[in-house]
Design a protein around this ligand. Sequence first.
Ligand SMILES: Cc1cc2nc3c(=O)[nH]c(=O)nc-3n(C[C@H](O)[C@H](O)[C@H](O)COP(=O)(O)OP(=O)(O)OC[C@H]3O[C@@H](n4cnc5c(N)ncnc54)[C@H](O)[C@@H]3O)c2cc1C
Length: 314
Amino acid sequence: MQNLQAEEINNIASIFGKRFGDKFRENHILADYTTFGIGGPARMFIYCDNREDIIDAVNLAHENRMDFFIVGGGSNLLISDKGYPGLIIHIASTGLDITENYIEVESGYDWEELVDLTCREGLDGLVGMAGIKGQVGGAVYGNAGAFGTSVADILIEAEILKPGEEPRWEKNNYFAFSYRNSILKKTKEIVLRARFDYKREEPAILLKKQDEILELRNQRHPEKDCSAGCFFKNIEKPDEPFGKLAAGFLLEKVGAKQMHIGGARVFDKHANILINASGKARAADVRKLAEALKKKVKDEYGYDLEEEITFLGD
Ligand SMILES: Cc1cc2nc3c(=O)[nH]c(=O)nc-3n(C[C@H](O)[C@H](O)[C@H](O)COP(=O)(O)OP(=O)(O)OC[C@H]3O[C@@H](n4cnc5c(N)ncnc54)[C@H](O)[C@@H]3O)c2cc1C
């Protein structure tokens, strides 16, 4: 927090309460907003189901020197058991427009629903990323991808917001995409809308491909929400197939699948997926388990695993 006193925070809460009414909450539990199902309370929370609310929430936070954090689908997040002492801006804006040249979609649109819709409409481009959880904004932020394709391959441009400024559109090259990375991780700008490229294709062909990908993923991912997908990034290594050494391969070798701490376990079908097995795991359990896994890989293979997921809070 930017050295704000309790009284100042209460005043800021009252400003947000007046502007956002029922969409604003105090001390709101975050576990339900993450696929891990873990996370304590946010001091302040706003549910933003339209673009204007997102802009106002970000700019009001900026004006009042209030720390804030964007939560989209919460599928790449581990939130502390103590929660977050600032403002959570939860994005839920879902406008969609398909033109002859692009698909324009707001950042809160569910990624899996978008992929499904494009397949049914015969719009080729996103199908390789079927089954990735979360929202459009989170996918752009982290350059989500699978099976050799990622957001970087299809994004034409996105509308972003720098706190305190007017929204602006930036072309693909602005985002400096690399493996699970974009410039937004440094600039902390917020994605409001994105435009994706597509080619026309027979819906039957796309739907078949989508089914095949989902079938493959179902064999290696938990059925229900209880994880954040792959916990660690693969290791970039040019001499490996696709230039990456799979973190899951190393984790399997060090016996990760047998490991658990408290309610957190390694998933038995994929050594790079940590799960909230009991539904009652604490963020502290997951973090301890992750540290133990990193140490094993470092000790036995000399590699430093880097988290793919984002930690929020203490
Ligand atoms: C079962 C499962 C399978 C998965 N498989 C894959 C996979 O194959 N490939 C892959 O890449 N990922 C995968 N993931 C991880 C995750 O789905 C992606 O990283 C996803 O794109 C995150 O989007 P989100 O909306 O859930 O982001 P969140 O988890 O809500 O947030 C993640 C980060 O993005 C930021 N963010 C979110 N929205 C915005 C926005 N509008 N503007 C700016 N920043 C924003 C947040 O502040 C945070 O730092 C998987 C997850 C699960 C649970």
